[in-house]
Design a protein around this ligand. Structure first.
Ligand code: GLU
Length: 435
């Protein structure tokens, strides 16, 4: 009797997920971080070389500015606080000689969000040179866009060959495309010189390719400055930046894009989508970001210290891995290396390791070193590559103890002040050479 009144059990469940996200896993960078923390909570000694999080604190003047603006509570304009947009434009003028002004800037809760909005808004293929940061392609897949992978070569320092770009574009020359160019590179740590960027710019201009120049690690170039493709191809380049890497503020979630005037239509469309999704970026964070982008002597000194430590550590990691017959190009900025264990293929096969995922898993199991497999960066499954983020150390203590002067700290200093990274690389070295 009661049965007639019982509503049918709804058929909701996993089969009703959008086809585009069925099978989608949490992003590998985020997943390895959460897994490392969970393993640590179980009491395991874990070296966190997985997530690329700055080891350094947010510079004191920026923290002070956040404190001062904690009361800011209003929704801000969707494209960002005008004074922050002006500060970002001035920063780009100062650091990469980009001709731009406040109107060209859009602010968001992280450049990752802006990259997603760009793909929501622009209809075209995404060109992803690999190895590439883990989220560019999944964002395209979520939106059911086509991804064109352009494999790069270790012998080229994992840099994009302009001829490979031309080859990709020439079959359908008028097809709308966005090329993502990230330098210093996540995951390889290498970057481009001006001549190389000019050659890439020529190809992009010839085929009308929009370039998303992801310069989030630009300030962490070990020399403190690098050219941008935006100066060689101003009309077609969007520059991406943010606070996460150079300002140590990943968890604050603040990113910015700078558009050429010619792409104002795209910027406006992205702002319209933003207004229907996140509305605006956190107000106190935007006020604090003005202080960060304005710079000044304290922030400049902080960056000099950060670069000296990262340059020394990058060189140490590279040398130590090479001593174990692991190959990799010299890092030039940021805090990653992309290491290739191909020379150990036969020995690893005998240990049951034939893919990068197995390699990363076994390293975690056997040594406690958490890192990411090359496959997560768009490389073939059986290529024995991994990304190492050399960030597991107390950056505040390291900065405080760094001797003054232009030179780089030596390995003994690194062993004392960046201990977990040095120990982790020792572990990888010994584990690799195990019979
Ligand atoms: N960009 C960082 C990385 O590659 C972390 C942030 C993220 O992936 O969202 O590890």
């Amino acid at each position: 009797m009661g049965n007639a009144m019982t509503p049918p059990t709804p058929a909701w469940g996993a089969p009703h997920l959008s086809l585009a996200v069925r099978g989608l896993k949490p992003s590998p960078t985020v997943a390895i971080n959460e897994r490392s923390d969970a393993l640590r909570q179980q009491g395991r000694r874990i070296y966190k070389l997985g997530l690329g999080q700055s080891p350094f604190p947010v510079p004191e003047p920026v923290v002070a500015s956040l404190r001062e603006h904690a009361h800011e509570k209003a929704y801000l304009p969707v494209k960002g606080l005008p004074a922050l947009r002006a500060a970002v434009a001035a920063y780009e003028q100062r650091t990469i000689d980009l001709a731009c002004d406040a109107e060209d800037v859009i602010i968001a809760p992280g450049s990752k969000e802006l990259m997603f909005l760009l793909q929501v808004t622009f209809y075209g293929d995404l060109i992803v040179p690999t190895p590439a940061w883990v989220s560019y392609a999944p964002q395209a897949h979520i939106l059911q866009r086509t991804v064109e992978y352009l494999p790069m070569r270790e012998a080229d320092g994992w840099r994009l060959d302009p001829d490979a770009l031309a080859e990709c574009c020439k079959d359908d020359p008028t097809r709308p495309r966005v090329l993502i160019l990230n330098y210093p590179s996540n995951p390889a740590g290498t970057t481009y010189d001006r001549a190389h960027l000019e050659r890439l710019a020529d190809v992009a201009r010839r085929y009308g390719v929009i370039v998303l120049s992801d310069e989030i690690y630009g300030e962490l170039h070990f020399q403190g400055r690098q050219p941008s493709i935006a100066t060689a191809y101003p009309e077609g380049t969007i520059v991406s930046t943010g606070l996460s890497k150079w300002c140590g503020a990943g968890g604050w979630r603040l990113g910015a894009f700078v558009f050429p005037r010619q792409l104002r239509w795209l910027q406006d469309a992205m702002a319209a989508v933003a207004s229907e999704s996140y509305t605006a970026t956190s107000a106190p964070i935007q006020y604090a970001a003005i202080t960060a982008f304005q710079g000044g002597p304290a922030i400049a000194a902080y960056l000099v210290r950060a670069r000296r430590i990262l340059a020394a550590l990058g060189a140490f990691v590279t040398a130590r891995l090479r001593a174990a017959r692991v190959t990799l190009p010299d890092p030039e900025g940021g805090f990653y290396v992309f290491a290739d264990f191909a020379a150990h293929r036969a020995a690893f096969a005998a240990r049951g390791i034939t893919t990068s995922v197995q390699l990363a898993e076994r390293l975690l199991e056997d040594t406690g070193v958490a890192l990411l497999p090359g496959n997560a960066f768009g490389r073939p499954k059986d290529e024995l590559t991994v990304r190492i983020a050399y960030v597991d150390f107390d950056g505040a203590r390291a900065m405080a103890n760094l001797p003054d002067g232009p030179g780089l700290p030596d390995p003994a200093w690194l062993r004392q002040h960046c201990t977990p990274v040095v120990e982790a690389i020792d572990q990888v070295h010994a584990w690799t050479l195990q019979a």
